[in-house]
Design a protein around this ligand. Structure first.
Ligand SMILES: C[S@@+](CC[C@H](N)C(=O)[O-])C[C@H]1O[C@@H](n2cnc3c(N)ncnc32)[C@H](O)[C@@H]1O
Length: 432
């Protein structure tokens, strides 16, 4: 990763078992933090406050798309970054941190790091955590919960319950010392605006992070139900960015389903912030003590003003099923990009290129969904149509690892393994 610098967080094994992290949950799942592995050289910042000059952040993502996320951070001007397993730690001002929440297309979640604390025992952790200036982080009127992530044998021997108890006691003590009213600790609560403190333990160190995303960042606010095989928005954006799409060439998704790829494509082409339509109070940081509403408004206004009025090149989407084309159109309308996309109903076999050159992107149907016999025939058709009619185009095809790839008859210049939920897939990049 070019341009990265050392941060207090140790470099970790930057690759690990695909889909598994220390037997933990899939980090790409909505509420999970457990895939990220952190390792810290020594305890530090026990007296950190939310107004310290160099805020530390952690953006999480699937391991396979970490380099894409790192590049996105670089584009936001974040040079101080460090790759972790399933995440990128970075230092950035509050303003850049807010901007990251609006603009990162491939991050699953973001945390603001509060402190690194010694945690060989629960008592040691409680004593260190009690010294954190909690009133600068937590608001008395927002209940909070604690998510322990124990990633090695020593921390697992402490147990999740003991870690959560140590931290909730410490927070109560911290507020008592400052004579400020304490927020309610609400484990298992479904309370609105619940604030989540992630306690990541490894090698006797606890890294505390406040979840600043709120809901997972693939939840852009425009998804509609109605398609059985949608791509996650963050994966769709990663596919486009891995294919080198920047909006300057025509884009076509001839198997658009609910439209995820072409909608994310329109956002890229417009320079539109993917999270800009989230509602007020939707981000976690809006419920933290250090929330700077004026700064957040400024960053949001700047993001709106930076959007182009029209994409530099056209976008096209079609599907064989009229109901899916209608769903994609409605979804694009909710995402406020419908007028920038030309939708049509067509079998891929009948399609002609809408421009002499461009990027064709497609998430091909999976065997189990359309029947194995049909898959080979469809893949042969896709390869034939691409070779015969799309010679000036590049293609980015997302196919299951098990798919009959040879039936395509294409020679990809790059094959990138990715996870689509629990399914192993390959992104095949064809043509220069
Ligand atoms: C895996 S889904 C795409 C999902 C989409 N990426 C999304 O996020 O909603 C594959 C789509 O290909 C469409 N499809 C299947 N065979 C097709 C064909 N011969 N021509 C055009 N579309 C086809 C299906 O109707 C389905 O919507």
């Amino acid at each position: 990763m070019a341009g990265t610098k050392a941060l207090p967080i140790h470099e970790l094994p930057s690759s690990g078992p695909r889909g598994v992290a220390n037997g933990a949950l899939d980090a790409d799942r909505d509420s999970s933090y457990s895939g990220v592995v952190m390792s810290l050289p020594s305890p530090q910042d026990p007296l950190a406050t939310a107004t310290d000059s160099s805020p530390r952040w952690l953006a999480t993502c699937p391991e396979d798309t970490k380099d894409v996320l790192a590049n996105e951070l670089l584009s936001l001007g974040v040079a101080e970054q460090r790759p972790l397993y399933r995440g990128v730690a970075f230092e950035a001002s509050l303003e850049t941190g807010y901007r990251a929440h609006l603009f990162l297309r491939t991050a699953s979640r973001i945390q603001r790091i509060v402190a690194d604390l010694p945690a060989s025992t629960a008592a040691e952790l409680e004593a260190a955590a009690a010294a954190v200036r909690w009133p600068t982080w937590l608001r008395p009127d927002r209940p909070f919960t604690i998510t322990p992530v124990l990633t090695d044998a020593a921390s697992r021997s402490l147990g999740e319950a003991a870690v959560a108890t140590a931290l909730s006691n410490a927070i109560a003590r911290g507020f008592a010392q400052s004579a400020a009213p304490a927020p309610r600790y609400a484990p298992d609560s479904e309370a609105t605006y619940l604030v989540t403190l992630v306690a990541h333990l490894r090698a006797g160190i606890c890294t505390l992070g406040l979840d600043t995303a709120g809901r997972a960042l693939h939840k852009r606010g425009w998804r509609l139900p109605g398609h059985p095989a949608v791509l996650k928005e963050t994966l769709a954006a990663a596919v486009l960015l891995l294919a080198g799409y920047d909006g300057s060439e025509p884009l076509l998704d001839p198997m658009c389903g609910s439209g995820t790829l072409v909608i994310e494509g329109a956002y890229i082409a417009l320079g539109k912030a993917p999270l800009i339509h989230r509602g007020k109070d939707d981000f976690g940081f809006e419920h933290h003590a250090g929330f700077d509403r004026a700064l957040w408004r400024k960053v949001s206004d700047q993001a709106r003003a930076a959007k182009r009025q029209a994409p530099p090149a056209p976008l096209f989407a079609s599907d064989i099923r009229p109901a899916f084309v209608e769903l994609a159109r409605k979804t694009a309308l909710r995402a406020r990009v419908e007028r920038h996309i030309a939708f049509s109903t067509s079998a891929f076999q009948d399609i002609s290129p809408p421009a002499p050159r461009g990027l064709l992107v497609a998430n091909l149907p999976y065997g189990e969904r359309i029947g194995r016999g049909e898959t080979g025939a469809l893949y042969r058709d896709v390869g034939r149509v691409l070779r015969e009619r799309f010679s000036g185009w590049r293609a980015a095809l997302l196919v299951p690892a098990e798919a009959p790839r040879e039936a395509l008859g294409l020679r990809p210049r790059r094959e990138i393994p990715l996870m689509n939920g629990a399914l192993e897939v390959q992104l095949l990049l064809v043509g220069e």
